[in-house]
Design a protein around this ligand. Structure first.
Ligand SMILES: Nc1nc2c(ncn2[C@@H]2O[C@H](COP(=O)(O)OP(=O)(O)OP(=O)(O)O)[C@@H](O)[C@H]2O)c(=O)[nH]1
Ligand SMILES: [Mg+2]
Length: 401
């Protein structure tokens, strides 16, 4: 099975990174209203939510790699919560940016921004509305660019010596530890207009332009406009959505999501991540204060924004920014089971350009080697081998033993 796709949760200190992480993973971590609460990174499992195919197929499933709750499939992804970044972290300020190395393998970055503008550049509390969150986006881009720059610069002696016609492969190989792929390098060279300039003649500005393009391609980012429950956030969120044209900006209240998930876990409410509302269950067990807090969340977050935004961010990060799809491989095309009789056992999150044979290889090398054909289980039609799979396909792979 392929490794879980990863998202890194990044941003300046005190914006709600750990709150977001905890709300998404239910891992208990330290959350506090001052900067640098998190020092060592936290890793946990979050989930992409998609409508399961079980209802449509009229079966009761027993998932193995994922969960199915009320017809919703929750597919695991890895989330990494890191320490806050301050301006010039790349020069060693704050906690420096050594911990960014934890994000080397991240496929996508979730940038948590304090949309209420109640924290300054260093994450110190200020009057809500006093800081412009748009500035935080520019600053973070630069810090990550500098992180890339430093890594590239360290390997530059080797990289700049490459004379082979296949420059992109060589650079990609040198940067593979950063999750950089050959196609990223090719596109970055093209976008930065450096394809024709001999690499040993690149100056520092050229390298910076190149790494910035590379960063956008290999660590694409989504913006979680957090603290959307605060009044001051509204104006900033509409500005961000209008001005940050390169990004998806999702209004989020990580604090609301954490409260709802804890209440659901304690059986006080019925609520699934991503839902637009909740139902109170054991109302007599709740204190007046708890009921007021839940009503506050309903009024200030769910009714205003449609959800707490946490699930939406995760879904958008993987399904939209990375453009991944979910497929349901089965071995028995009539019962929709694996060879042990588990119904719809796996929901796999795979790149959207995955073709039937690629999927076979992802499941098992032998299945890939022996690949003959793939069947769309719903229509019982053969899936053309040169066409990418579609989102939510139930697929059976035929292979030579
Ligand atoms: N109003 C509001 N406050 C929030 C929200 N999310 C987090 N907070 C508060 O923001 C403060 C910082 O939260 P953390 O999750 O510790 O922030 P962090 O970004 O991990 O901070 P560092 O680890 O120090 O970088 C805490 O007081 C949280 O309760 C939110 O959605 N709304
Ligand atoms: Mg933290």
């Amino acid at each position: 099975m392929p490794r879980l796709p990863q998202a890194g949760i990044v941003g300046k200190p005190n914006v709600g990174k750990s709150t977001f992480f905890s709300a998404a993973t239910l891992v208990d971590v330290k959350i506090a209203p001052y900067p640098f609460t998190t020092i060592d990174s936290n890793r946990g499992i979050g989930y992409v939510r998609v409508p399961c195919v079980c209802k449509e197929l009229g079966v009761k499933d027993n998932p193995r790699n994922s969960m199915c709750i009320d017809g919703n499939r929750f597919i695991p992804v890895e989330l990494i919560d890191v320490a806050g970044l301050v301006p010039d972290a790349w020069k060693g300020r704050g906690l420096g940016n050594r911990f960014l190395d934890e994000l080397r393998r991240a496929d996508v970055l979730i940038h948590i921004v304090d949309a209420s503008g109640s924290t300054d550049f260093e994450g110190r509390p200020v009057k809500p509305g006093d800081h412009d969150p748009l500035e935080d986006v520019k600053f973070l881009e630069r810090e990550i660019d500098m992180w890339f720059y430093n890594i590239v610069k360290r390997g530059w002696r080797h990289i700049s010596r490459v004379t082979s016609p296949d420059l992109a492969s060589h650079i990609a190989e040198k940067l593979s530890g950063l999750g950089v792929k050959r196609e990223h390098v090719e596109l970055a060279l093209k976008h930065s207009d450096l394809s024709r300039k001999k690499i040993h003649t690149w100056n520092d500005d050229d390298i910076l332009t190149f790494v910035s393009e590379l960063r956008k391609l290999s660590k694409p980012m989504i913006i979680a406009a957090n603290k959307a429950d605060l009044e001051e956030a509204k104006y900033n969120i509409s500005r961000m959505q209008k001005e940050l044209k390169d990004y998806i900006v999702v209004p989020v209240s990580a604090e609301a999501e954490l409260a709802l998930r804890k209440a659901a876990k304690a059986n006080y409410i019925k609520y699934l991540p991503g839902d637009s509302d909740f139902k109170m269950l054991n109302i007599d067990k709740l204190t007046k204060r708890q009921i007021r807090a839940l009503e506050y969340i309903r009024g200030r977050v769910l009714k205003v924004w449609g959800s707490t935004g946490v699930q939406r961010v995760i879904n958008e990060a993987f399904l939209n920014v990375l453009g991944m799809i979910v497929v349901f491989p089965v071995e028995d095309e009539n019962k929709f089971t694996d060879h042990k009789g588990n119904v719809l056992p796996d929901a796999l999150l795979v790149p959207s350009n995955t073709k039937p044979r690629d999927l076979a290889y992802m499941i098992h090398t032998d299945l890939g080697k022996g690949f003959i054909a793939a069947l769309d289980v719903r229509t019982k039609m053969r899936i053309p081998s040169n066409e990418p799979l579609q989102h939510r396909t139930v697929v059976k792979i035929y292979a030579r033993k």
